[in-house]
Design a protein around this ligand. Structure first.
Ligand SMILES: Cc1ncc(COP(=O)(O)O)c(C=O)c1O
Length: 392
């Protein structure tokens, strides 16, 4: 691994680097077309020649569930949920991790590391196992959901708990990576992560019959995913494969909303939040690394940012599970909570077509499910008593 393989930020503007293809290259890539399944179906739009060893767990190809109940209540012409919780480690992170781990292998890296609110760690640990690499995950102590921690434990990652929040964990790891040439960083500041994550936009477009919806709603934490989504959409539009671009609805939790705040104040910089709070631990981030690219994406798409409360997130989680049969973790539910808010505000018009991205599975954070209202009774092992409580 050489020094140039470990540069993640632009030395002048300090933003994370992006892999850019020029127009001629994109046109050639579009001519190759899409073949196969999952993330690697879009290999012609990924930064590889094709002869590398792919580190894959069959990620991508997640279902687009067309809403059968909620869309009517929301008065939308079409609503679908892109269920990213059905990726191999149960979150969207796998899309980026297959590409970044393939890159790690290509450059001969033996050690990968990430700071994480849990899902990046779980994914990084799984792909590192597959690639025979050592994995270190740096997590905020006491702040990650147990389901996610269990995944890192199972995959044999070295787990390092930082006494602080996610932003402290990332800052600490970034400083170490500046000095230690052995570590390949797997956070979304690694441009290869975003290359994989952009494929969610390609899939939505193909699953909708090579059409884009009017809006795509997406939760925003460190802001890598919304950046990746917009990059993919622009590439599709740039090659004239897609005839229109959707507007992006970025959703943040009220206690962790630096990008939404900057958007509403019309600012070009964010004011970081020192102690972010929300039950949606995956988006409990006060200093998002990709804030500038996220603001640009939302503005370029003529989109909007909303903030949602914890109560609204819990309600959306319940509605998704009980009216559509989809169990997601709280951060994922924020994309439905945000959609509802944008409709109430009149930002999204009734009759629009919308895709809400559900980023992670509900079993990641089983404790959060206990916040949902439910009925529970205990009975003796006695059929008549059981019939009595069932009222049948
Ligand atoms: C389930 C889930 N949703 C949303 C996000 C936010 O994605 P990003 O940090 O790329 O904005 C994360 C990030 O960890 C996540 O795990």
């Amino acid at each position: 691994m050489s020094l140039k393989d470990r540069v993640y930020f632009c030395p002048s503007c300090k933003d994370p680097l992006t892999i850019v293809y020029d127009d001629r290259e994109l046109k050639e890539r579009a001519e190759v077309g899409f073949h196969g399944k999952g993330v690697w179906r879009y290999a012609s739009f990924l930064p590889f020649k094709g002869d590398e060893e792919k580190i894959s767990l069959n990620e991508g190809d997640t279902p687009l569930h067309v809403s059968v109940n909620i869309f009517r209540e929301l008065k939308l012409s079409f609503l679908a949920f892109k269920n990213e919780g059905l990726n191999p480690t149960a979150s969207f992170k796998d899309r980026g991790m297959t590409v970044a781990t393939t890159r790690a292998k290509q450059i001969g890296s033996k050690v990968v590391a990430c700071a994480s609110t849990g899902n990046t760690a779980a994914s990084c640990a799984a792909y590192a196992s597959r690639a025979n690499m050592l994995c270190a995950v740096v997590v905020p102590e006491g702040q990650i959901a147990f389901g996610k921690l269990a995944q890192s434990i199972a995959h044999g990652a070295k787990i390092i708990k930082v006494k602080g929040n996610f932003d402290d964990a990332l800052e600490t790891l970034l400083k170490l990576c500046e000095e230690n040439e052995k570590i390949y960083l797997m956070n979304s500041v690694n441009p290869f992560r975003l290359e994989g994550q952009k494929t969610v936009g390609f899939e939505i477009w193909e699953q909708m019959g090579r059409k884009m919806p009017d809006w795509i709603s997406i939760p925003v934490g460190n802001a890598g995913n919304i950046t990746a989504l917009w990059k993919g959409i622009k590439e599709l539009k740039g090659t004239k494969l897609a005839d229109k671009v959707p507007r992006l609805l970025g959703v943040q939790a009220e206690g962790a909303s630096p990008i939404a705040d900057a958007f509403h104040k019309g600012l070009d910089v964010i004011r970081p939040i020192e102690s972010p709070t929300t039950i949606a631990t995956a988006i409990r981030i006060g200093k998002p690394a990709s804030w500038r690219r996220a603001l640009k994406a939302v503005r370029e798409s003529r989109g909007y940012m909303v903030k949602v409360s914890d109560e609204e997130i819990v309600e959306a989680q319940k509605v998704l599970a009980r009216k559509e049969g989809i169990f997601v973790e709280p951060a994922s539910a924020s994309s439905l909570a945000g959609l509802k808010k944008a409709l109430d505000l009149g930002v999204i018009e009734k009759g629009s077509s919308v895709v809400a991205i559900l980023t992670g599975h509900g079993l990641k954070d089983p404790e959060a499910a206990q916040r949902l209202s439910y009925e529970e009774v205990s009975v003796k092992p006695d059929p008549p008593e059981l019939a009595k409580v069932l009222r049948i």
